[in-house]
Design a protein around this ligand. Structure first.
Ligand SMILES: N[C@@H](CCC(=O)N[C@@H](CS)C(=O)NCC(=O)O)C(=O)O
Length: 207
């Protein structure tokens, strides 16, 4: 397997899940602006969508879209999936929300958007994050066990912290809990990303 990624992008969720699942993979960095991979290949030929993540499978097939990649990893490593008769459906329900609502809400931060557009994006992202509040408690999105959905949400909470999106303190606690997982630690290190240091921000929040 090979994961095409950009540091700190949503492809971080795939890397975390590959590590959580103990699946060996190669990792190739993509410069999303120049569309060149670190090996100097034209990424737009590898993925005409131009976006990461893209995972090449053992048989050479390519797979894109976070929802599909994370579902695939959860099928290969059921400890990262959701149990129960509706488990997979509930997981896809959550991944779809994360992808089509929350992830999309962050897009203006990555493009040449105006300050007004960014402020509106922050409001939308904050509102979407609120919808997840009562799911977090002491554990993860689906209870006491970490699933692929948590890796995706973690990648986006990094952005929320970086862009100053308002979040409740429970969400910071959840964020820190995930950051402590060895697979997450390893993934951040491999992508050259700092470990979250959010205590200072916590102190500035009123709730
Ligand atoms: N629908 C895709 C979107 C992935 C996506 O937006 N990736 C971002 C990084 S987080 C990206 O590659 N942006 C650059 C671009 O789209 O040109 C998915 O869910 O996998």
């Amino acid at each position: 397997m090979k994961l095409y990624y950009a540091p700190g992008a949503c492809s971080l969720a795939t890397r975390i899940c590959l590590h959580e699942a103990g699946i060996a993979a190669e990792y190739e960095r993509v410069d999303l602006h120049s569309q060149l991979t670190e090996a100097g290949e034209d990424y737009s030929k590898i993925n005409p969508k131009g976006s990461v993540p893209l995972l090449t499978l053992e048989d050479g097939q390519s797979l894109t879209e976070n929802v599909a990649l994370l579902d695939l990893i959860a099928q290969r490593e059921p400890k990262l999936a959701v149990d129960g008769p509706l488990g997979r459906t509930r997981l896809i329900e959550m991944l779809s929300f994360l992808s089509t609502e929350l992830h999309v809400a962050f897009k203006p931060f990555f493009h040449a958007a105006s300050e007004a557009e960014k402020a509106s994006a922050a409001e939308t992202a904050s509102r979407d994050l609120e919808l997840l509040n009562d799911r977090l408690g002491e554990g993860y999105l689906f209870g006491p066990d970490f699933t692929v959905a948590d890796a995706y949400l973690f990648a986006m909470l990094r952005w929320a912290v970086a862009f100053g999106v308002e979040m409740r303190s429970e969400k910071f606690a959840y964020f820190e809990r995930i950051a402590c997982r060895p697979a997450v630690h390893r993934s951040l290190k491999e992508e050259g990303l700092p470990l979250p240091r959010i205590e200072a921000r916590l102190a500035t929040l009123s709730f």
